[in-house]
Design a protein around this ligand. Structure first.
Ligand code: SAM
Length: 223
C-alpha cells in the first residue's frame, strides 16, 4: 500500500502542482544546458536503462534522451510521477520515447529488484520527510541494477527549510553520506555540483531562466 503524507499531498495538489509546471516547463533554450549537465553526471557510465523517480513533466528525461541521441547511446527511459497533471504532460511527450511511465510515488516502486540499470532522483528526496526517507531510498536501491544517481540540495547537517512561508516541504542534508551510511553495497564513483550560474540564461529573470538550481550530485555503483 502506497503511503500518503503532507509532502505528497502538497505535490499532488492541483493548484500548487500546476503552478510548478508553469514555472518549470519545456523551452528550447533549456535543452543545450540540460544536456551539458547530464553529460557530466552520466560520463563514463555503462547503462541501457534509466528510471527517474519524481520526473514531473520529464525535463530531465528530455535532456537525457537528447544526450543519448547526440552520443549514439540508445537508452530505455522509465519514469515515476505521483502528480496526475504532470504525469499526463509527461506521457504526451512522444519525442521522449519513454518505455514506461507510472503515475505513483517512489515509496513503492512497481519494478522488480535490480531491473533498471540506473535509478535517479533530481530534487525529490528533499521533499521527503526524514521519517519516510529510508523507505524511499530502500526502493531506489532495490530497483537499481548498476547505479544510483542522487541530485539534491546539500546541508552539512539535516535541516528543514521554510519554502515560501510553508513548513514541512523541504528537508536538506548530505544525501551522499545518507546513501553511504545506509547502504554498504553502494560505492561512490563520482560527484559534483550543478552551479546555477552555469545552467541559466542570464537574459531571463530568476527563476524562469534557470535549468538547474545549485544542486549537489552523486553517482553510486552497486558493489
Ligand atoms: C522539484 S520537482 C522535481 C521534478 C524533476 N525531478 C525535475 O528535476 O525537473 C519534485 C518532483 O517530485 C515529485 N514527488 C514529490 N514527492 C514524491 C514522492 N514521494 N515520490 C515520487 N515523486 C515525488 C513531485 O510530484 C515533483 O514532480
Amino acid at each position: 500500500m502506497d503511503i500518503q503524507n503532507e509532502q505528497l499531498d502538497h505535490w499532488t495538489n492541483p493548484e500548487y502542482g500546476h503552478e510548478y509546471i508553469e514555472r518549470n516547463n519545456f523551452a528550447d533554450w533549456k535543452l543545450k544546458l540540460g544536456v551539458r549537465g547530464f553529460r557530466r553526471i552520466l560520463k563514463g557510465l555503462e547503462f541501457q536503462s534509466l528510471l527517474e523517480v519524481g520526473s514531473n513533466i520529464g525535463l530531465n528525461l528530455w535532456y537525457i534522451s537528447e544526450w543519448a541521441k547526440k552520443y549514439s547511446k540508445p537508452k530505455e527511459l522509465h519514469a515515476v510521477e505521483p502528480f496526475k497533471e504532470a504525469y499526463d504532460v509527461l506521457i504526451s511527450q512522444k519525442s521522449l520515447n519513454l518505455n514506461q511511465a507510472i503515475n505513483c510515488s517512489g515509496y513503492e516502486l512497481p519494478f522488480a529488484g535490480e531491473t533498471v540499470d540506473v535509478v535517479m532522483t533530481h530534487g525529490v528526496l528533499i521533499h521527503v520527510a526524514p521519517e519516510n526517507l529510508k523507505r524511499m531510498t530502500d526502493e531506489i536501491v532495490r530497483v537499481a541494477r548498476k547505479y544510483v544517481i542522487c541530485t539534491e540540495y546539500f546541508s552539512h547537517e539535516p535541516c528543514e527549510v521554510t519554502y515560501k512561508g510553508k513548513e514541512h516541504l523541504i528537508f536538506k542534508r548530505d544525501f551522499g553520506k545518507w546513501y553511504l551510511d545506509n547502504y554498504p553495497n553502494l560505492k561512490c564513483i563520482n560527484y559534483g555540483f550543478l552551479w546555477q550560474q552555469e545552467y541559466c540564461d542570464k537574459t531571463k529573470p530568476h527563476p524562469y531562466g534557470t535549468v538547474f538550481d545549485d544542486l549537489n550530485w552523486w553517482v553510486f555503483e552497486k558493489k
